[in-house]
Write a protein that binds this ligand. Sequence first.
Ligand code: SF4
Length: 377
Amino acid sequence: MTDIQRNPTRSVRIGQTHIGAQHPIAVQSMAATRTQDIEATLRQIKVIGEAGADIIRVAVDSRKDVDALGEIAGHTDIPLSVDLQENYRLVQHVAPHVQKVRYNPGHLYHHEKEKSIRDKVAFIADEAEKNDCALRVGVNCGSVDPDKIGLFPAEDSISPMLASALEHCHILDDLGFTRYCVSLKDSDPANVIEANKRFASERPDVPLHLGVTEAGMPPEGIIKTRIAFEQLITAGIGDTLRVSLTLPFDDKGEEIRVGRQILDDIYSGRFRSVPKLLDAGLNIISCPSCSRVENEAFIELAHRVREVTEYAKSHAITIAVMGCRVNGPGETDDADLGLWCAPNFVNLKRGPETIGQFGYDEVLDVLRQEVDRIIAA
Ligand code: SF4
């Protein structure tokens, strides 16, 4: 057995699930179906719930999603969490239906620019309080608060994430709202490890939600996640976690099973070595998909990208495949080649620069040409 001294985080209740303090590490996942498709989303919640989820997240972007959420919430006992995007005011409509709301500090800039961030956070916290909800401050490498980015050298992607998370903890504490946790996610496990270790050393009291974003498909996605979790959890860091994998809807329970298996292995002293391939070879990152995917061909595309680039596996090339326009454009910027999916075409990028828009049936040929070009260079 591994002897793990967990950090002395405070206890945060999310419906009947408690995270933090010495509660078992909670395992969660996210419904990838369109929230407005109530039947499909309930089926997805059943699949994830039967796999043993402690919390299930659903995406809500519009009033129609909120209406669907109201119906969905009445059919499940598993605590639900909702992800707010730019429209932070939706919190007043979603909070009555769920047990936790996640907001991204980097998304609070888009609406009502004249209003202060503190006032927006106060609005969110007030709604959470009134509706018996917990909050997650979810900082993501692809959408960091623009005010923080300029404060640090361009090559330092971790300090802006950390500064943003700490600022929001400070705002929430100051507002007297302490029922929150924090996440600092990145697609690179090394960055996840460093960001979470640094945060935990500054705020050992705040529960942490662990995850490697856009980890990709099994088995690489599992390996990346396992690397991060092994190093953080053995250091006493982490109170809830999600394994983000690109999977067909019916296999989404796998995220929970893998999360529990990693925990079981860590506590039983079973560790895996870090494969060198992750540092040196082809690295394909892909988002786990969610209700924002506008063309389900994305999942097939992500798997095909891996097949057609197999020949380049010894080359240090990062390819990012994202499912939607919400996070796709930003989160492909750091990859050598990025694909983000629109309803009828795929945007292909070289770093931050757009190469063009291609049909789902033609983009792979162009991608191969780009891979060949990088190899030749
Ligand atoms: S990139 Fe878009 S589709 Fe993929 S998980 Fe993120 S929000 Fe969902």
